[in-house]
Design a protein around this ligand. Structure first.
Ligand SMILES: Nc1ncnc2c1ncn2[C@@H]1O[C@H](COP(=O)(O)OP(=O)(O)OP(=O)(O)O)[C@@H](O)[C@H]1O
Ligand SMILES: [Mg+2]
Length: 264
């Protein structure tokens, strides 16, 4: 991302430097990201979710997630991690109970309002969801286009983040020309480029080697330190143990909050 417009991603590596974090926080505040209220950015109250067959995947889920928090989302394959992420991205509606995002009841939002809310959320889908007819650069720059940024600004920012995730030589390739791990990094770059208030990442490091996985985790950590609520679904126990953030564990269709430290 450009220095003029905000965050220099290279500096995320030094995110523990208090002065830098404070500066970024001020920039986020000035760029319109609300840092004022203590209201949860996500609030679930007795939510139940099912697909067409009517069998509940998630039952009686109650959970408040705050800005500047970091959660690992865990559970066995088929437990419902992607379902929860889909729900929080408003791709699924609760069959019962209440879901509030940014303080608003999702069931009362119009389709336009849902689009606006989604612009404030960065999502990394488990199957990437890249647009095959667009180049890598265009895929990553797309959220900035939706926000109305100039072509020059969005290309500059997209190149910078792609460089940072190690794809500086892939700008003009198409998704089908990339490996799974490369596609995953493109999806992550696209999710963070707008500095969203919420990041939902579904197995974002499942296809990359350990060195890149650590680098990507530092990126999510940096976003969290800057005020974003980050949720990372993962099977990697080593990450959950290493970073010792709070854990939302899905077992038997219910969630269990472990080590709740509110991501600090
Ligand atoms: N589109 C769908 N239609 C019907 N059932 C679905 C659909 N998507 C998922 N399910 C079911 O919902 C349950 C939870 O699936 P989900 O994809 O959320 O699991 P997960 O925890 O993300 O698993 P994994 O770790 O393998 O990605 C599974 O039983 C699955 O079969
Ligand atoms: Mg999944």
């Amino acid at each position: 991302m450009s220095k003029e417009s905000g965050i220099n991603l290279h500096s995320l590596m030094f995110i523990d430097q208090i002065r830098y974090v404070t500066m970024i926080r001020n920039k986020l505040f000035m760029s319109g990201v609300s840092m004022r209220t203590n209201e949860p950015v996500i609030s679930l109250d007795k939510v139940m979710v099912h697909y067409g067959n009517g069998i509940p995947v998630l039952k009686n889920i109650s959970l408040d997630l705050n800005k500047k928090s970091f959660y690992f989302l865990t559970g066995a394959s088929g437990a419902g991690k992607s379902t929860l992420i889909r729900l929080l991205y408003m791709g699924l509606k609760p069959a019962s109970g209440n879901l509030k995002i940014f303080g608003e009841n999702v069931s009362e939002l119009t389709p336009n309002e849902i689009c606006d809310f989604r612009q404030r959320i960065g999502v990394v889908f488990q199957d990437y969801n890249l647009l095959n007819h667009l180049t890598i650069l265009e895929n990553v720059a797309l959220p900035l286009k939706v926000k109305g940024e100039t072509q020059r600004a969005r290309e500059h920012q997209a190149k910078e983040i792609l460089d940072w995730v190690g794809l500086g030589n892939c700008f003009n390739l198409y998704p089908e020309q990339l490996s799974g791990g490369q596609k995953q990094r493109v999806a992550i770059a696209r999710a963070v480029i707008t500095r969203p208030e919420i990041i939902l990442a579904d197995e974002p490091t499942g296809n990359v080697d350990e060195e890149i996985a650590n680098k990507l985790m530092r990126l999510f950590y940096g976003m969290h330190k800057m005020g974003t609520c980050v949720i990372v679904a993962t099977h990697y126990r080593q990450f959950v143990d290493k970073f010792s953030f709070s854990e939302i564990a899905i077992e038997n269709n219910k969630i269990h909050l472990k080590n709740n430290r509110d991501g600090e």
